[in-house]
Design a binder for this molecule. Sequence first.
Ligand code: BMA
Length: 311
Amino acid sequence: MSQLSPANEPLLKRYPGNPIIHRNATPTSNSIMNSSVIRFGEGYRGVFRVDNQCRDMTLHTGRSDDGLAWEIEPDPIRWHCAKPEIAAFEYGYDPRIVHLDGRYYVTWCHGYHGPAIGLGVTDDFERFELLEIILPPCNRNAVLFPRRINGEYVMLHRPSDMGHTPYGDIYLCHSPDLIHWGRHRFVMGRRGGWESTKIGAGPVPIETPEGWVLIYHGVLTSCNGYNYFAGAAILDLDEPWKVLHRSRRYILAPTELYECVGDTPNVVFPVAAVHDAATDELRVYYGAADTCIGLATTTLAELVQFVKDNA
Ligand code: BMA
């Protein structure tokens, strides 16, 4: 448990049963982290980053009735792909899922001569189709908006390099068909403190009357390497490259044992957010220490207020 006083806790409150998914949730997993979940019917489904005991980075599906207790498929997703030249899966990691035009689209970092962005789709979380490589290397953290904006699909992304990328800002691009992307805009860059080295989009942006709420990760470089934090900003509804508010304070920092001890110490990496419109509860799912998955909550109203108060 944290030694900090309640008044000194960050905005997001950890679920007391954390981590909700442990590193050994499949028979051959080394670690399960940086994964995406979404409401599906009466329950939840997810696409999970599972690093196996050969240390291959693979994508698996999983299911849950309550979003807390998860069953992760032991075998990686077998992607159907009509295009043999892109069908080989060198690796896949950091997936995001969005419900868009009635289907479930998945974006992830796709190994294709370097870290590229893959786009896939499913309707039932049983059959998955790999549609295209939508951004070439080197890129990571591609996140689709959940609806068209002014008639076009919109996606956040983070240009990067072949390695662990000691820089990184968030950009946005547009598409008429989800396949061809252009009309690039700068959204926001790294700045001081917890986000001084690089930033990258986290969960799918959440639409509110105040703007799109964007939860993202920020990284600082310490004497022991990268430390990952979660932060939040609000983007303009019609021109989402315009940042209306951005919190100087993080909303979650790596302070618990399972966030500080693991394959990569000192990491909280938010990837999915599930909002309950009836209660306003916002559940944020995050990878912890590149080893397991944690859950933290707030309300959307509190998050919006926090971002404005700490801008
Ligand atoms: C992600 C991935 C991981 C990395 C992590 C921190 O973008 O690249 O392999 O360690 O950031 O959780």
